[in-house]
Design a protein around this ligand. Structure first.
Ligand code: SF4
Length: 92
């Protein structure tokens, strides 16, 4: 992957994390009842507990998800959304 695309992706991820923090105090992928992480299930097909109490800023699973979302838009030749609310239900 080119450096330019890597930089663009990093900038996008920073923007989306900021946007997510505006609307979510706790990670939207956390099942508060069971403490399970939905992303581990949808993205990795495995059950996994959140060990961060829903603090998604800096969470490697959350960041991996955004990474994949960016790539999937890029592969389709589309611009990724600029608001987390348009990303939240994406399945990668
Ligand atoms: S592990 Fe990360 S992505 Fe999963 S629920 Fe916890 S904070 Fe969210």
């Amino acid at each position: 992957m080119g450096e330019e695309r890597q930089d663009a992706k990093k900038r996008w991820v920073v923007k989306i994390v900021k946007s997510a923090k505006k609307n979510h105090k706790i990670c939207p992928y956390l099942d508060r009842r069971t403490n399970q992480c939905f992303l581990m299930l949808t993205m990795k097909n495995q059950q996994g507990k959140c060990d961060r109490e829903g603090k998604f800023d800096g969470c490697p699973v959350f960041l991996e998800f955004l990474d994949k979302v960016y790539d999937s838009y890029h592969e389709k030749g589309k611009n990724p959304p600029s608001d987390f609310q348009d990303v939240v239900n994406t399945v990668v």
